[in-house]
Design a protein around this ligand. Structure first.
Ligand code: C2O
Ligand code: CU
Ligand code: CU
Length: 488
């Protein structure tokens, strides 16, 4: 790889037939090919596993049947092939693919396995958005490279795993030099994916130019939004409009991550002394340098209306008065969802929904499981636990007060964000990120800062089956912060 002898794992793609798809390799990169498809077409993808371990590929954000979703139970071994056949039912948007075996997603993605899966549709085609060389992937990842040019993954033990892997340098599109060379006079669409394992970003142009957002996850927005900065959680995508009409040849632009308070109480604080990471989460650093080193011209115009977007009406949700609640917290030094961790095919009543219904889910990053901690429900009322029991309980809850940001992701569908409740948040954290959220459009991943709760509305349609929801911090996911939900 890159003449440095860095060992990576790669998706090597070949187009077998069909003219509706296209597949381009990202030059000189470990990342997988950029696959482009169109809504309504049927696609067949053969995944041949040549890794020394089990794997399966997941199409992140895509609305596909259970057998095409890349569930960890469908892993294949070295030498085996898995055939996916599905119709593209999603709206135009920037999706991606990555492996999803249980317990090994973090290392497999880290070793290089990820690629973009781009969907277009009729609505988008009418907009005449930048295409070809003006439609550019920007995949942001962080890696640590040792002095023999090899990738270094988790090495610092349990605490590092509980926080999630943080590399000490930024890679763009699988390369450490982080440069793009663009043309003065032209307009671009940058498809930014946070493909990192656990790092997330507060993206902004260094010179204060607003970021113009035209898409988020699985959709174009209804109209472009100007933002001073954007928070981009793991696995989230934003499509950015970049106008270089008034930028002269020879000038530069820099995309940075600005400082913010990640609010990792206790954990990172304790790490700091030993942690030699020179890119702490929430510090300021450069992401991407753009050299405007040629002149060109193109006539793409930023449309004032992008996509027809109607949020799902909360009145039609079957549980509108009583949303399902999923709380992210730590228990017995283990990240959990409602106190549970991964089971390969296990699914509870709380996680079972009906086909053709709409529901509201509340996802809460609470840091503890609440009242049950010191009280218990007995004979029809709350009772205080005895001293000994309280102490034992606290031990079980080890780490129960710890909080961390968690990016929530659900498979199989795109949701709308109804509200973000910040009443349980530390105001220092909130103030450092509050202008960076895009709560419009159709999304599949949402970043929950410590103490934050979000209400999502989603529809279960077309397919019954067993699908996943999880924290997309890949180390948390691998530790079991992932569960099944079932559509029946
Ligand atoms: Cu991007 Cu379950 O995954
Ligand atoms: Cu997914
Ligand atoms: Cu998490």
């Amino acid at each position: 790889y890159q003449g440095r002898n860095t060992r990576v794992w790669m998706f090597e793609g070949n187009l077998l037939s069909g003219d509706a798809e296209s597949l381009e390799a990202l030059d000189d990169s470990y990342l997988g090919p950029v696959i482009r498809v169109r809504k309504g077409q049927k696609t067949r993808i053969r995944f041949q596993n040549q890794l020394p371990e089990e794997s399966i590929v997941h199409w992140h954000g895509m609305h596909v049947p259970e057998e095409d979703d890349g569930h960890p139970k469908d892993v294949i071994r070295n030498g085996e092939t898995y055939v996916y056949e599905f119709e593209i039912m999603n709206r135009a948007g920037t999706y991606w693919f990555h492996p999803h075996p249980h317990g090994r997603t973090g290392p497999q993605v880290y070793n290089g396995l990820a690629g973009l899966f781009i969907v277009t549709d009729e609505e988008e085609e009418k907009l005449n958005l930048p295409g070809g060389e003006f439609d550019l992937p920007v995949v942001i990842q962080d890696r640590t490279i040792d002095n023999r040019n090899q990738l270094v993954y988790l090495t610092r033990g349990r605490m590092e795993r509980m926080n999630g892997f943080l590399g000490n340098r930024i890679f763009i599109n699988g390369k450490p030099d982080r440069k793009l060379s663009l043309k003065s006079g032209c307009k671009y669409r940058l498809r930014i994916l946070n493909g990192s394992n656990s790092r997330f970003y507060k993206l902004a142009w260094e010179d204060g130019t607003p970021l113009v957002i035209i898409g988020k996850d699985g959709s174009l927005l209804d109209s472009p939004k100007s933002k001073a900065y954007v928070m981009l959680g793991v696995a989230e995508r934003v499509d950015v409009w970049l106008d270089l009409t008034n930028r002269s040849e020879g000038s530069q632009m820099t995309l940075k991550s600005l400082s913010f308070s990640p609010g990792m109480m206790g954990m990172m604080g304790g790490m700091r002394g030993r942690d030699r990471n020179n890119l702490p989460l929430g510090s300021t650093y450069e992401i991407l340098n753009i050299n405007i080193d040629k002149t060109g011209n193109n006539n793409f115009e930023l449309p004032q209306r992008l996509a027809e977007f109607n949020k799902i009406d909360p009145a039609i949700a079957v549980n509108r008065d009583n949303p399902r609640t999923f709380r992210f917290f730590m228990r017995r030094m283990q990240w959990t969802i409602n106190g549970r961790t991964w089971e390969m095919t296990g699914v509870t009543e709380e996680e079972t929904v009906k086909l053709n219904t709409t529901e509201i889910w509340e996802i809460a990053n609470t840091g503890s499981w609440g009242m049950e901690n010191d009280r218990k429900w007995m004979n029809g009322r709350w009772r205080r636990r005895g001293r000994g029991e309280q102490d034992r309980n606290r031990e079980n809850m080890m780490g129960g007060g710890m909080q961390m940001p968690h990016p929530f992701h659900i498979h199989h569908l795109q949701f709308n964000i109804l509200e973000r409740d910040i009443s349980g948040m530390d105001s220092r954290i909130w103030n450092s990120v509050k202008d960076g959220f895009i709560d419009e459009g159709w999304q599949d991943t949402v970043l929950l800062m410590p103490g934050m709760k979000v209400k999502l509305i989603m529809r279960f349609e077309d397919f019954k089956g067993l699908f996943l929801y999880h924290c997309h911090n890949l180390e948390h996911e691998d530790m079991g912060m992932m569960r099944n939900f079932k559509i029946e």
